[in-house]
Design a protein around this ligand. Structure first.
Ligand code: HEC
Length: 233
């Protein structure tokens, strides 16, 4: 009987994978839901499902979760925004107006002199809340034939890095807020930069970026191609 369920489950997974459906059953103990074949890297153009891990979490980490603010270590006012569970403390599924960690964005938070989320970024969070604020997870959802600054590097930097590196001087004195600055910095530090985004075990943990966890492999690949092809704009 049990075996039958396992076999059934296996086929259900296969079918879901083929039809690009969302698998609604939690597929791991953390309750993460895997979204198969979502839209392209963090921007959800093809798919309507917002991926928590690649689209929402990087925004909260970058714009709210830096050290000294709402990281696990600092936890300003008891607020931490670097994991699904901690973010859900201020989110009501399908109720953006009662989701404090949404309504506060652009008002009181982030502080006025810190980098601010764009309307587009806020709308990603809004859509995610309206879809039920699920712990959706996307696997390698980006198109590695694209590797120019305007698509997708600028968006990745904006979503995953520039809450900390988008206003001068930038965390660790690294400013990545525009093409010329990002190009100049990375060009001068190519080898180290790739170690940094690959979370290379030979560098200090504090220097592995983004601090919340590695980007998707295909996004790292897009960075590598952008660098190796001379930083096309
Ligand atoms: C939550 C804040 C935060 C986010 C998000 C973040 N960084 Fe950083 N970054 C830092 C801090 C803080 C340092 C300084 C760390 C140190 O010197 O130990 C740093 C340092 C760096 C450095 C210099 C490392 C070195 O070897 O000295 C690079 C390069 C860098 N970040 C790139 C990125 C990139 C690329 C992203 C996005 C993919 C990113 N960071 C996202 C906070 C952040």
């Amino acid at each position: 009987m049990k075996t039958n369920y396992i076999i059934l489950g296996f086929f259900a997974l296969l079918v879901a994978a083929c039809t690009h459906e969302i698998i609604n059953e939690p597929t791991n103990p953390n309750g993460e839901i895997i979204v198969v074949n979502p839209g392209t890297g963090g921007t959800a153009t093809n798919s309507d499902t917002i991926c928590f891990n690649t689209q929402v979490l990087p925004l909260y980490v970058s714009y709210c979760g830096s050290n000294g603010c709402h990281s696990a270590a600092s936890a300003e006012e008891g607020v931490v925004t670097v994991t699904y569970a901690s973010i859900m403390k201020g989110i009501r599924a399908k109720n953006p107006n009662r989701s404090e960690y949404y309504t506060i964005i652009g008002g009181e938070m982030p502080p006025r002199r810190s980098p601010q989320m764009s309307t587009e970024q806020k709308n990603i969070i809004l859509k995610w809340i309206n879809q039920g604020a699920l712990n959706t997870s996307c696997v390698n959802s980006c198109d590695t034939t694209k590797f120019t600054y305007n698509d997708p590097i600028k968006t990745i930097l904006s979503n995953s890095c520039n809450g900390c590196h988008g206003v001068k001087p930038g965390s660790g004195n690294v400013f990545l807020g525009d093409y010329a600055s990002a190009q100049a910095y990375i060009n001068a530090n190519k080898v180290n930069f790739l170690k940094v985004i690959n979370h290379d075990p030979t560098i200090a943990v504090s220097k592995r970026m983004p601090p919340s966890g590695k980007m998707q492999d295909c996004q790292i690949n897009q960075f590598a191609k952008w660098i190796n092809n001379g930083f096309p704009q």
